[in-house]
Ligand binder design. Structure first.
Ligand code: SF4
Length: 331
């Protein structure tokens, strides 16, 4: 058992729910013509960042539908705002977040090497779920879920020395052998580039009005077996994260998980809006009962803080927020 488990204090910013993909389990995506299609305006983003800063958050988690500009109507909308691409818009939002004292962590989906290179200076870390290396019916109609494309993005992030978060989505039709293959791919990428800070083991959660609405959730035992397998395959310096609003995390800590991800005192989980974040004080006391301390970290993991895997534009904030071990200080 670890003596501590980590989390980061974040705000969740779902910049757009328009996406080129059509994953069978997704309850987040909307077509541009849908009444709930959204592109967050700058003042809306600023309001959340300001609230996050007030609540002591250090992370601005930017999430997206992938490559929304493949829809011409969305492209027109972003052009009307004065940006040539959603990545240009994201870069501006990251700069605004830094101005509010929050460290950006962006998850815009599959990216080109040049876009990753442009995002690196304004992101403390970035993320892309590998999900699985298997070709599955759940990903029919989702060009961004072709495993080789995702592996290329993760690999390019390593070439650029971006501290990186990836993970597996469990229960979308993949087998345990597929999970072992996915974990082995992540391990090999990390052995080559040293950039994987954490691997999320995320259970599939069925959403109404989706193709997989009636598919069963993975069992607790399957999740526990996957965490145990991940701990066996991945090097020790890669942390295993489980989301505390979707899993019975105490048992998973016994299996090798040691991070609870971003927890927001201010915004909801927009991908799983039905699952409320636990309160940080509740987590502290639940973990305390099994002799584990809850420790806050930044969106960039301690080893990358200590080795200075960040751009000079982020140095002030990272150095202001971190202690001598690279965790969040008491400031
Ligand atoms: S890529 Fe993400 S947002 Fe897009 S359909 Fe798939 S799960 Fe939904």
């Amino acid at each position: 058992m670890p003596d501590h488990v980590t989390f980061s204090r974040n705000v969740f910013l779902p910049i757009t729910n328009v996406c080129r993909n059509r994953c069978g389990y997704c309850g987040f995506r909307r077509d541009p013509s849908h009444p709930e299609a959204n592109l967050m305006a700058i003042d809306e983003v600023q309001q959340i960042l300001e609230g996050g800063a007030r609540f002591g958050c250090t992370e601005a988690l930017f999430t997206f539908g992938e490559m929304p500009e493949e829809h011409p109507a969305f492209k027109d909308r972003i052009n009307e705002l004065g940006y040539s691409s959603v990545i240009d818009y994201l870069i501006e939002l990251c700069e605004i977040a830094i101005g509010f004292g929050l460290l950006p962590h962006s998850n815009p989906g599959v990216l080109s090497f040049s876009d990753l290179k442009r995002l690196r200076p304004v992101n403390a870390s970035m993320g892309l779920m590998l999900e699985t290396t298997a070709i599955l019916p759940a990903h029919e109609g989702s060009p961004g879920k072709i495993p080789s494309e995702r592996i290329r993005t993760i690999s390019d992030s390593g070439r650029l020395k971006i501290p990186f978060t990836t993970g597996l989505l469990i229960g979308i039709g993949e087998s345990m052998e597929d999970r072992i293959e996915s974990l082995t791919v992540v391990r090999d990428l990390h052995l080559r580039y040293g950039h994987i800070q954490e691997v999320i083991i995320q259970p599939f959660s069925p959403k109404p009005d989706t193709a997989m609405a009636d598919s069963p959730e993975p069992s607790d035992q399957e999740i526990a077996d996957t965490v145990t397998t991940a701990r066996r395959i991945l090097p020790d310096e890669i942390t295993i994260q489980v989301p505390p609003n979707l899993t019975g995390f105490s048992d998973l800590i016994r299996c090798g998980a040691s991070d609870l991800g971003g927890i927001s005192p201010y915004t909801i989980d927009w991908i799983n809006p039905e699952a409320k974040w636990p309160r940080i004080a509740e987590l502290e006391s639940e973990l305390g009962r099994i002799g584990i301390r809850l420790k806050e970290r930044l969106p960039i993991y301690p080893q990358y803080v200590l080795n200075r895997w960040y751009d000079s534009g982020l140095a002030d904030l990272i150095e202001r927020y971190s202690d001598e071990e690279g965790f969040r200080n008491g400031d």
